[in-house]
Unconditional design. Structure first.
Length: 198
């Protein structure tokens, strides 16, 4: 059995690996990986990141976004968001976007992984899962990324905020809002208080 075949025995279909993950099973890991890429047993996704394809009756299944990001960051602490999620809020967003946002503690910048675009955003805090309140705050944080009528969307957000749980929303603003989004929500909260006083 060749050394490349020995390495291949350690691979799990559907798993994403970094070069360093594979080095523990081979003394000539670069040569063996090249051989496995030629065989189709491994696919190179980006610098130092590889995928062992999982095959079904319909062909190869692409790696899951979370597995890609985990291998790329060498970290489990991240949150993957999609600008498409805003379309469910009912505030007038309708466009569809290919890019994913990845909130994390390590990296900033746009990276292509397996032909897909990911914007890595280094943030001090992000949720482990989405909530309505987080999505509203996230939309205002990322309004500059949307190819839509931004003023109309912000007006619709202001209307939506009136029907939301204010205390939960204020918590999300405190945790996740950038400076512009924080200013936007603070003005809304102040206006809402003034309307109740009047």
């Amino acid at each position: 059995m060749s050394k490349a075949d020995e390495l291949k025995q350690h691979l799990q279909p559907g798993q994403v690996y970094r070069r360093s993950d594979l080095a523990k099973w081979s003394k000539a890991v670069d040569r063996n990986m090249q051989q496995l890429v030629k065989q189709g047993a491994l696919q190179k996704l980006s610098g130092g990141v590889y995928y062992c394809p999982r095959t079904t009756a319909f062909g190869n299944v692409p790696p899951e976004d979370a597995a890609l990001v985990r291998a790329f960051l060498k970290d489990d602490h991240f949150y993957i968001a999609s600008l498409n999620s805003y379309n469910a809020l009912g505030v007038g967003t309708t466009q569809l976007y290919n890019e994913k946002l990845v909130y994390n503690y390590r990296r900033d910048g746009q990276h292509t992984l397996n032909g897909r675009y990911f914007y890595f955003l280094k943030r001090p805090r992000f949720p482990s899962e989405s909530t309505l309140e987080f999505l509203i705050v996230d939309l205002v944080n990322n309004i500059h990324l949307l190819d839509e009528d931004k003023e109309r969307i912000l007006r619709n957000v202001a209307g939506k905020v009136r029907s939301m749980d204010q205390s939960q929303l204020m918590k999300s603003v405190d945790l996740y809002a950038g400076s512009r989004a924080r200013s936007f929500f603070e003005k809304l909260f102040t206006a809402e208080k003034m309307s109740h006083v009047a």
